[in-house]
Design a binder for this molecule. Structure first.
Ligand code: LM2
Ligand code: CA
Length: 467
């Protein structure tokens, strides 16, 4: 099933967390396609619960992770038609859509009406719009307590979310049906939410029925969320790599913390030695929507420009398929994205506003990386070769004879001269501007590169971006 990007092949994913479908479409055309992104991870598109007040925030972002039905209509991000148009527009601009797929569970306790008008009842395990009834859920109807016991991790309730009986063919068929509806629209990949909470054999059965992506002739790309914890190999990241790619949270933990502290010197060794998986099996990130709420110190909100440097380093180094985070500031953990306000047919105030990157309600971190994804694409799986350093907080390296990148985690500019494997000539700095040399050229002469990297800045040149 992993026929899409499989790591170390130059593909870059960006997570446009909580963006409206029409805003994603516009971004694909205006920014993502031209700057070399391969795919967007979008927030969950299925009908979700609607929670007017939770944890001091109206309509928390995490509504989306409680599935009421598999209808795509009237989520907070738009209509089913908006969704389909987004997939088409992005594909036309060379950017794939990857859906965050909620397949482990439905909702928590309680009952109500979902975003598309369907009734749900978590107390009686009833979701008539799908339909699921009580027999479709596992018998362990309590929260997971022993996180080292695969039986509990797989069959009890994650956060009291009603746990689907994924061993049951009828349940598997419904989940495969949902995913195939998306594939038929042109969705080219899935982030499998809470994959760790589903036995690998159940996932294998669910994936087995997936159809080819139209026009592509291959199965959708799959990456599975498996956070490393205790217990046996069956619930470790490497217990799922035979089915598709897997998230490697070690990258976030180690690289995120080191860059935050300005410790760049050992980073190439770290990514070459201390990660959980083979480079072509891993999806890596500096932060995701969960970790940024657990430890704000590794996020744009907590790190500012240093976070841009961390994400740029991720795109320059060779381990895993990088996933760029693009998010919004928040005061409360549950706070949702900016809304349209209560006018314009949105009396409840729960509809997400179109993204405006000039509005301080959004961060748009990916735009700070300019055309860095063209670097990742150009260097492919070429090896990293350290070339220059100046103390522990300045680092420069080649990617074979395809690219050269430099990182400066200090408050003063770094002017460096270094050997490089790049052919002599002039190159565009894709880290500070578009691939078309808008921000000036960098020269390689007699096998040496001379460049200046700004304070808390980075620079990247590659063979496919020349004046
Ligand atoms: C994930 N990956 O495996 C998502 O990345 C993560 O964001 C999801 O949790 C989680 N798994 C389930 O899909 C989020 C959020 C939780 C929230 C759940 C469900 O981080 O806080 O839980 O979505 O909406 C909320 C309440 C929690 C309550 C639960 C059920 O915060 O206190 O548990 O709803 O009512 C009793
Ligand atoms: Ca489960």
């Amino acid at each position: 099933t992993a026929d899409g990007p499989t790591g170390a092949d130059g593909a870059v994913i960006v997570h446009l967390f909580q963006w409206r479908w029409e805003s994603v479409a516009r971004e694909c055309a205006d920014v993502l396609g031209p700057n070399g992104y391969a795919a967007v991870q979008v927030s969950p598109p299925q009908e979700h619960v609607v929670i007017p007040r939770a944890e001091n925030a109206d309509f928390p972002w995490w509504q989306d992770y409680q599935a009421v039905s598999y209808k795509l209509d009237n989520t907070r991000r738009g209509t089913a038609a908006d969704f389909a148009a987004m997939v088409d527009t992005c594909r036309d601009n060379g950017v794939e859509i990857y859906v965050d797929a909620i397949v482990n569970h439905t909702t928590g306790p309680g009952h109500g009406t979902g975003s598309a008008g369907s009734q749900w009842n978590g107390d009686t395990y009833s979701y008539p719009a799908i339909p699921y009834a009580t027999r479709d859920f596992n018998d362990c109807r309590r929260a997971i307590t022993d996180w080292d016991d695969p039986g509990e991790v797989w069959n009890c309730e994650l956060l009291s979310l009603r746990d689907l009986r994924t061993s049951e063919p009828r349940v598997r068929a419904r989940l495969t049906g949902y995913l195939n509806d998306l594939v038929d629209l042109g969705v080219a990949g899935f982030r499998v939410d809470a994959a760790k909470h589903i036995p690998a054999d159940d996932l294998a059965a669910i994936y087995a029925g997936l159809r080819d992506v139209p026009g592509q002739g291959t199965k959708p790309y799959i990456f599975q969320e498996v956070r490393e914890g205790g217990g046996p190999d069956a619930i470790k990241p490497w217990g799922y790599t035979h089915l598709g790619d897997v998230t490697d949270f070690r990258f976030h933990e180690k690289v995120g913390a080191d860059v935050r502290e300005g410790r760049l010197g050992g980073l190439l060794d770290t990514v070459g030695r201390d990660m959980a998986l083979a480079p072509d099996q891993a999806v890596v990130f500096i932060d995701n929507h969960d970790t940024q709420r657990e430890d704000m110190s590794i996020s744009y909100q907590g790190m500012g420009a240093r976070h841009d440097l961390a994400q740029a380093f991720m795109l320059a180094q060779p381990y895993g398929t990088p996933k760029v985070m693009s998010s919004y500031p928040y005061a409360e953990r549950a706070q949702g994205p900016p809304s349209t306000g209560t006018e314009d047919g949105n009396p409840a105030g729960d509809i997400t506003a179109a993204t405006d990157c000039a509005d301080p309600g959004w961060f748009c971190e990916h735009r700070n990386l300019h055309a860095m994804p063209t670097f990742t694409a150009a260097v492919g799986s070429a090896p990293a070769v350290a070339r220059a350093a100046d103390g522990g907080a300045r680092l420069a390296f080649d990617r074979g004879d395809r690219g050269f990148a430099a990182f400066n985690a200090t408050g003063t500019a770094w002017t460096l001269t270094s050997e490089t494997g790049l052919p002599d000539g002039a190159y565009c700095d894709v880290a500070t501007g578009p691939a078309e040399c808008a921000s000036g050229t960098v020269t390689v002469a007699d096998g040496r590169i001379t460049a200046t990297v700004g304070p808390d800045g980075f620079l990247a040149v590659h063979v496919d971006a020349t004046p």
